[in-house]
Design a binder for this molecule. Structure first.
Ligand code: PGA
Length: 248
């Protein structure tokens, strides 16, 4: 059984004190349920959030990690560094990293392998650009992001993976993919997983939709058969909005 998963991606927002204030307010609003909840925050805020959410079921994750064990990679953070402060989940391959920081399917693949080696639970992001959607290549783009990103991963690893389908044209634009469009691509991702692995992997991998998810559209998105959850950017910055999505 796939568990619903609502994840907040704070991107480069909030200082440590703002993160603490969010946590205090969110804890007041949050009631444990069978929905998995996580906040993916900037590195500096992770320890403060771990402490603030200690004793709750709210998870805290990183937005990126490096694929090397350690080394001369100025400005980077390793999986081991994250593990030491109790961080066990991490977004990998977000479209903003692909777009602005040179992330490729190859680096995504190396990061995914390292994440599993270090017992981290990765959230892999895939999704097409507007030109690709309009040009009719959305499905082949997502297929190749998966085929290249998952090279060398075992069926057990991919079953434990969370995949977030985030069409680049719907991120931060207020232009949400329709629930049907999102569902169609999430179903397609399951077909690709079945092709690359097998039916049981395709049925057990948790697949999220991301891109302008708000309290107003969360219910409709969560009702779709192939969609298990949401990766929420802008609306995860407000405890009041995020809790409404968690309680979809
Ligand atoms: P958004 O961002 O909800 O602000 O569109 C989603 C994401 O980039 O994960």
């Amino acid at each position: 059984m796939r568990k619903p998963f609502i994840a907040g991606n704070w991107k480069m927002f909030k200082t440590i004190s703002e993160a603490r204030a969010f946590a205090e307010e969110f804890k007041e609003l949050y009631r444990a349920s069978d929905v998995r909840v996580a906040i993916f925050a900037p590195y500096l805020q992770l320890a403060a959030l771990k402490e603030a959410f200690c004793g709750t079921y709210i998870e805290v994750g990183a937005q990126n990690m490096h694929f090397a064990e350690e080394g001369a990679y100025t400005g980077e953070i390793s999986a081991r560094m994250l593990r030491e402060i109790g961080i066990t989940c991490c977004i990998i391959g977000h479209s903003e990293r692909r777009q602005y920081f040179g992330e490729t399917d190859e680096t995504v693949n190396r990061k995914l392998r390292k994440a599993f080696q270090e017992k981290m639970k990765p959230v892999l992001c895939v999704g097409e650009s507007l030109e690709e959607r309009d040009g009719g290549s959305a499905f082949s783009v997502v297929r190749s992001q998966l085929a290249n990103g998952l090279i060398g991963l075992t069926a057990a690893e991919v079953s434990a993976l969370v995949i977030a389908y985030e069409p680049v044209w719907a991120i931060g634009t207020g232009r949400t993919a329709s629930a049907e469009q999102a569902n169609e691509m999430c179903g397609f991702i399951r077909d690709v997983l079945e092709e690359l692995y097998d039916d049981s992997v395709s049925c057990s991998t948790v697949i999220l939709y991301g891109g302008s998810v708000k309290p107003e559209n969360a219910g409709e998105i969560m009702n779709m058969e192939e969609i298990d959850g949401a990766l929420v950017g802008g609306a995860s910055l407000s405890p009041q909005e995020f809790i409404q999505i968690v309680n979809f």
